[in-house]
Design a protein around this ligand. Structure first.
Ligand SMILES: Nc1ncnc2c1ncn2[C@@H]1O[C@H](COP(=O)(O)OP(=O)(O)OP(=O)(O)O)[C@@H](O)[C@H]1O
Ligand SMILES: [Mg+2]
Length: 410
């Protein structure tokens, strides 16, 4: 009995231990399930963050291969996402930067830090179709089971770069504008006097007969005085001190009138003028004379670019809340170094040019709340694109220089 009693106690002890062990195991299991759930949740959170990020995020291994790219990065670079994984990061760079980048990349893995990339440099990304766009990148890193991973946060700064360019251009124009107005004002009167006197003498010369040498000299003076007058006129309209009124303007009519003005010269130089104007366009609040000047400037540039003939196409259409006018020529196109300065006052590549045509046009279009942009392929012609906002003259911004439109003038 005694012996049996001892055995019974041991059994019950073992049972208790076993129960405890089972309870412990159960607790452990519950803990693991919780941990797994937690892990899954944090993974989902991380993935959601990655996917909803406004920045492109690309994660790269130490061998330079892309481990992961988020949706925004794929969209930014124009790749289907699965195509990015496994590629070297250098495919996202313009070719000229690739070799240098591979070296920098190795350097980064040697000494990883959280930092912006190439501070002060103009960084560029390369889309799948080969086009480039300006980017800003900041770098970070994580330790993972597969070793060190570098993370690049990429922002497409195309829009900001454009806005900065416009702001710089406006500043430049404002500075040149007030100086130009002052000078032009001073020159305008004397040059008028000189021109009319020379014209008088030339008239007398024809009646009374002056030595031919003198007549020729006078003609030279007349020609150059005319050029000075042209520059002064240009400067005055460039600085545009007098405010102008906006009226309901039919853009197509403005285009037609501009075409009439240049037609003769185009025919003479064997340049075909084609037009494709959308019917029924809404009117805009505009200054027809100034807009006509813009078109004449663009058409004249197109003609001057096409030595030996070609074709100019003028188009108009509605583009959302804008009217779009396109002037396309079959000239030589515009090289990048010219493009960079094309709207600058006095920038010209022509012997007889003043370099004011486009800066004046730029100012006029901007005063209408519009934009001029250029599409040019060297060797393949140029297209100047004007966008003018559709709005009625009666709105608050109805007149230039912030004046309220007078309803009596409508
Ligand atoms: N359609 C075009 N094709 C090629 N180059 C162009 C075109 N339009 C303008 N350019 C370039 O831009 C420069 C500046 O043009 P802009 O009209 O401001 O001045 P300009 O034509 O030289 O002189 P101005 O208009 O005062 O007679 C030109 O000298 C030319 O090099
Ligand atoms: Mg010009």
């Amino acid at each position: 009995m005694r012996g049996q009693g001892r055995a019974g106690t041991r059994l019950s002890q073992e049972l208790t231990t076993l129960r405890q062990r089972i309870a412990e195991l159960e607790a452990l299991n519950a803990g693991r399930e919780r941990a797994e759930k937690e892990l899954r949740r944090s993974e989902a959170t991380a993935r959601a963050l990655l996917e909803s990020a406004a920045e492109g995020i690309v994660i790269v291994g130490s061998d330079g291969r892309i481990v992961l790219a988020n949706a925004r990065a794929a969209e930014m670079f124009g790749y289907p996402r699965e195509e990015l994984t496994g590629q070297t990061i250098e495919v996202l760079l313009p070719e000229r930067l690739r070799t240098g980048h591979a070296t920098h990349r190795a350097g980064y893995f040697g000494e990883p830090r959280v930092r912006p990339m190439g501070l002060g440099l103009d960084l560029a990304g390369r889309r799948k179709d080969g086009t480039e766009f300006p980017v800003e990148i900041s770098l970070s890193f994580v330790e993972s089971e597969d070793g060190l991973l570098a993370m690049a946060f990429i922002t497409d700064v195309t829009e900001r770069v454009q806005l900065e360019r416009i702001a710089r251009q406006s500043e430049k124009m404002a500075a040149v504008g007030s100086l130009a107005a002052g000078i032009a004002h001073e020159i305008n009167n004397p040059i008028g006097v000189i021109t009319s006197r020379v014209e008088l003498i030339l008239m007398e010369a024809r009646e009374k007969g002056l030595p031919p040498g003198v007549t020729r000299d006078l003609q030279v003076i007349e020609k150059h005085a005319g050029r000075v007058a042209k520059i002064t006129q240009g400067l005055l309209s460039f600085s545009r001190q007098a405010p102008w009124k906006l009226t309901d303007t039919d853009v197509n009519q403005v285009v037609e009138e501009a075409l009439l003005l240049v037609e003769k010269q185009f025919t003479k130089e064997r340049i075909a003028l084609e037009k494709n104007l959308a019917a029924g366009l809404p009117k805009i609040a505009g200054s027809p004379n100034h807009l006509e000047q813009v078109l004449v400037n663009l058409l004249t540039n197109a003609r001057e670019a096409m030595v030996g003939g070609g074709t100019v196409l003028v188009e108009s259409r509605r583009a959302h809340e804008m009217i779009e006018i396109r002037v396309t020529d079959t000239g030589p196109g515009i090289p990048p170094e010219v493009m960079a300065r094309i709207f600058d006052p006095f920038f010209t590549t022509k012997d007889e040019g003043t370099g004011l045509g486009l800066s004046i046009s730029y100012g006029i279009v901007r005063e209408h709340g519009g934009t001029i942009t250029i599409e040019s392929r060297p060797g393949g012609g140029s297209t100047f694109v004007i966008h003018l906002p559709i709005r009625e003259t009666s709105t608050e911004e109805g007149t230039l220089h912030g004046e309220r439109a007078d309803p009596r003038h409508r």
